[in-house]
Ligand binder design. Structure first.
Ligand SMILES: Nc1ncnc2c1ncn2[C@@H]1O[C@H](COP(=O)(O)OP(=O)(O)OP(=O)(O)O)[C@@H](O)[C@H]1O
Length: 809
């Protein structure tokens, strides 16, 4: 498909400039009028509310509340339009639906404007807007209310509007042959090269989008931004997928996964009116990252979505704030010490991570609670009270306990209540809705309770008994007093029998505590009993260090899912939260167990899961997405997407970083944005390296770059550099990022690779990519890939002695 693109740096040169300028001015004027009227209505509503409040009665108070609500919704509408006035729209399509003779013109903006019919603006999330993103012109389709529509796009136009002034008009259109598809050449051995070249050209023209290029050329600010104007077709497809399914997105570094996820949320909220922001949760790797992405959703008219870490989620559902032990394992992996012993330990630790994150481990925990249930039921005995007049058989109790689907502790309570109720029922002090069914089942319980019957039998004897009535009045009175005393004693005895029974029978009915249960589960005999033999060695090693961590009052990250699950089995979840949509970013680092827990917290198995297998460094995560689909979401509707292009970085940076991706792992394609060649520089000493870092920071700061990342493999390296910089070069003002950092400040960041994940910088300086630091193995390769792919425009790789084999040649 050949495109005719008209780019006008000066929009005045565009033949449609006068019409477009006039349209823009009219739209702005109409918007301002609507704003004025909205604000007037809001004022009136507020005034009305104040007036009503003076009446001091309930009806007026309610009316006042309605008026206040109206005022606030008018104000929020007007504030959206106030923002929109500066840039009412960014795109236009001229579209003729198949079967129609009319070409309709749609202007597309951040928000919808229902002004006069010739000045309307449609929201970017509206179904028809999809056409703008999907096509450069020509044939197009879009879906609305489950139906597919198709037609021809005779014009796709983009605008740059700043503060209400039209700065640029850019057209991509096909003037002729709208309904003709481009000729398809079937590849044969002879023409393969020709086909590939053609494809390459198509790909280049695909990205020949000045506005996208301009946007990508810009420096990054502090936080991640919205991309409404330049969403690409492959991203648009993910954003506009239906709500009720599992979407899995594999995307290389910088392909826009996080951005797409957040735009999808905004799209879903707009198109599914019953979906509320509070129904959605975004799970992201750490607080720093959450802070980094925090401005996107409010900017997309999607406030109020929970954006939390997996740890936060566990806190919500368990009510316990677990303190994390520092990630010693990761430190050992990063250290990568040579030698047989270190390798064996590292391998064992990898196995431990995998085990703790596995469904096998989850099933073992389930087995543990089942065993506890069995042990408990073995304790149950036949209950025989009041000279055998009240019997509750062991079988009945076991049945009651086993058939109860509540969590363990609740089942104990339920059985206790059941037994107490049966006793009370027997004694006839019960006032319990369960009464009916018990009576029906037991059949023997009289409508009068045991106490009543005892009382009555004494009273009968005291007043109507033949024996007592034969006595003379004095004797009778004495006998009555005696009987009265006996009756009292009997009643006390009945009460005593009950109390003493309850005290002894329930004495060892101890509830389970989550942490203690986990500690117990980690004991050798349980491991042997509950885990498959091939896991015993790993499990025993894992149990040993986990117990130490637990005894110190902390937990490791990988214990969160087991503890969460035990909480579910023992007490049930704290809040009965079930989300309607769950978004998981950096999903490659979550374990199957963690996903299983998430699926338990999902109302309808509606998920957007995004990740990059080439950036997976947690060891408990996935090596292929199929496993996630088959193991966790088996039988559930799903769609798999691959984002092909890497928008963040220049072509040169993408090419260099792709080079280090281990064989068999996914990599993305560069777009046609060229920049400086990344520089790989050998340093003579650590001091020389530091001097070079300072030099580079100063250089990029002088060029007004706002974000510079100094990225090192380990926390300790970052701490060392930050210390020297803060001491000797305080004017540079660097921000050291460590695992407990929660806010992202932008500027100059000194950051370990594991925390740089998800972030991006105009210029990146990688500290010491020597062969000792980054060995030729998958883990180091993935780390280096993460580090290299953080750069937008400039990349410097510094090393001492010998460059890592991953970047050699
Ligand atoms: N269509 C687009 N238009 C403009 N900018 C885009 C587009 N898609 C992505 N970007 C930009 O590319 C950068 C990378 O996006 P994002 O962080 O969402 O990617 P990612 O796939 O999540 O990356 P990573 O795997 O490294 O976390 C961001 O600056 C984003 O604004």
């Amino acid at each position: 498909m050949s495109l005719n693109k008209k780019t006008n740096e000066n929009p005045i040169n565009h033949p449609d400039y006068p019409i477009e300028k006039q349209r823009l001015e009219k739209t702005i004027k109409a918007m301002k009028e609507v704003i004025d009227s909205l604000e007037l209505s809001a004022q009136n509503a507020k005034q009305k509310a104040r007036g009503l409040m003076r009446n001091q009665d309930k009806i007026s108070a309610n009316d006042a509340q309605v008026a206040r609500f109206l005022a606030s919704s008018k104000m929020s509408e007007s504030s959206k339009l106030r923002d929109a006035v500066k840039k009412p729209y960014f795109g236009r399509i001229d579209y003729r639906e198949d079967g129609s003779q009319i070409i309709e013109t749609f202007y597309i903006g951040d928000v919808r404007f229902d002004g006069p019919s010739d000045l309307q603006v449609i929201d970017w999330r509206a179904p028809i807007s999809s056409v703008f993103y999907e096509t450069q012109g020509g044939r197009a389709t879009y879906k609305a209310n489950g139906k597919l529509y198709s037609g021809d796009v005779s014009l796709k136009r983009q605008y740059t509007i700043e503060n209400g002034v039209l700065r640029k008009i850019i057209d991509s259109h096909i003037p002729n042959g709208l309904t003709q598809k481009p000729p398809v050449i079937t590849p044969t051995p002879q023409n393969r090269q020709q086909v590939q070249e053609k494809k390459g050209k198509q790909r280049n023209t695909y990205f020949d989008e000045p506005i996208l290029m301009e946007r990508l050329q810009q420096g990054v600010d502090k936080k991640l931004k919205g991309i409404v104007e330049t969403i690409q077709a492959e991203q648009n497809q993910v954003i506009r997928e239906d709500l009720e399914q599992v979407i899995i997105v594999q995307g290389a570094a910088g392909s826009g996964k996080s951005t797409v996820a957040l735009h999808r949320i905004s799209y879903l909220l707009y198109n599914y009116p019953t979906l509320k922001a509070s129904d959605i949760v975004v799970i992201a790797p750490n607080k720093l990252f959450l802070d980094y992405i925090s401005e996107v959703l409010p900017g997309l008219d999607a406030k109020g979505v929970k954006q939390i870490t997996f740890q936060d989620l566990i806190t919500i559902v368990t009510g316990v704030q677990y303190t994390l032990h520092k990630d010693e394992k990761m430190e050992m992996f990063l250290e990568g010490k040579p030698g047989y012993l270190h390798t064996v330990i590292r391998n064992l630790l990898i196995e431990c991570s995998k085990l703790k994150g596995s469904l096998t481990f989850m099933e073992a925990l389930e087995g543990f609670i089942k065993e506890k249930t069995n042990t408990f039921t073995r304790k149950l005995q036949d209950i025989n009270l009041y000279e055998g007049k009240l019997k509750i058989s062991r079988e009945e109790q076991v049945f009651k306990f086993q058939s109860d689907s509540s969590p363990y502790n609740q089942r104990l309570e339920n059985l206790k209540s059941y037994i107490k109720f049966k006793i009370d029922q027997f004694l006839n002090v019960a006032d319990n809705p369960m009464g009916q069914s018990v009576k029906a089942k037991g059949g023997k319980i009289s409508s009068k309770g045991y106490i009543q019957r005892i009382k009555e039998s004494y009273e009968h004897e005291m007043y109507y008994g033949n024996e007592i009535n034969r006595l003379d009045p004095n004797e009778r009175a004495r006998r009555r007093a005696e009987l009265e005393k006996e009756q009292k004693q009997k009643l006390t005895q009945i009460e005593k029998e009950k109390t003493s029974f309850l005290n002894t029978y329930f004495n060892d009915w101890t509830t389970l505590s989550v942490r203690k249960a986990y500690q117990e589960f980690l004991q050798e005999d349980w491991i042997h009993k509950l885990l498959p033999p091939n896991e015993h060695q790993t499990a025993l090693f894992m149990a040993q260090y986990t117990k130490e961590v637990l005894e110190s009052g902390k937990v490791e990250k990988e214990d969160l899912a087991p503890l969460g699950y035990l909480k579910y089995l023992i007490d049930g979840f704290e809040e009965h939260v079930k989300f309607r949509h769950i978004v998981v970013d950096e999903a490659q680092d979550l374990s199957p167990f963690e996903f299983k827990l998430l699926s338990m917290l999902s109302q309808n198995q509606s998920f957007t899961i995004l990740g990059d297998l080439s950036q997976g460094i947690s060891y408990k995560g996935f090596t292929n997405w199929e496993y996630l689909l088959k193991g966790i979401f088996q039988g559930i509707t799903y769609k798999y997407f691959k984002l092909k292009y890497r928008y963040r970085s220049t072509k040169e940076i993408v090419q260099l970083s792709n080079k280090v991706i281990p064989k068999g792992l996914p990599r993305g394609l560069p777009i046609e944005r060229s920049g400086d060649q990344p520089k790989i520089e050998r340093m003579d000493s650590a001091q020389a390296m530091l001097r070079r870092i300072i030099e580079l920071i100063r250089f990029y700061k002088n060029k007004s770059y706002r974000s510079i990342g100094v990225i090192a493999k380990r926390d300790s390296e970052c701490q060392r550099i930050a210390k020297i910089m803060n001491r000797d070069y305080p004017e540079i003002k660097c921000n050291l990022i460590l695992p407990d950092t929660t806010t992202y400040e932008g500027g100059v960041s000194i950051v370990p690779i594991t925390l740089a994940k998800g972030l991006e910088f105009d210029a990146v300086i990688i500290v010491n990519a020597s062969d000792k630091n980054f060995k030729d193995n998958t883990f180091d390769a993935k780390l280096l890939y993460i580090a290299l792919s953080r750069a937008l425009h400039h990349l410097h790789v510094l090393y001492m002695d010998t460059i890592t084999p991953l970047l050699a040649n």
